[in-house]
Design a protein. Structure first.
Length: 99
């Protein structure tokens, strides 16, 4: 299943822009609550968009055929995206070295 890079990039950019607008628009905004809400919506939409088709032999849907398999796909994507993020490591991490 190939994804449209433009659609992917645009969706990611707009999600970040929306989070920034929400945080900027409310003086007492908790950015963690905003992030958690965006993540909840994204997971809900991802599960909706990745429902298998009605053909039990569809190769594109093979890894999505059960709820557990869909969850495994989702968790793998989340880990890959998190590890690839510039924010994955923080200077304040417990494991951050100090010289």
């Amino acid at each position: 299943m190939e994804r449209e890079t433009d659609s992917y990039d645009q969706a990611a950019r707009q999600a970040v822009d929306m989070a920034n607008r929400l945080a900027d628009g409310e003086v007492d905004a908790d950015v963690r609550d905003i992030a958690d809400g965006l993540l909840a919506g994204a997971i809900h939409y991802w599960l909706y968009a990745h429902q298998p088709c009605d053909d039990p032999r569809c190769a594109d849907c093979a890894s999505l055929r059960t709820a557990e398999w869909r969850l495994r796909e989702l968790l793998g994507m989340v880990e890959e995206m998190a590890r690839g993020s510039e924010y994955y490591h923080s200077p304040d991490d417990m494991t951050a070295g100090s010289a």
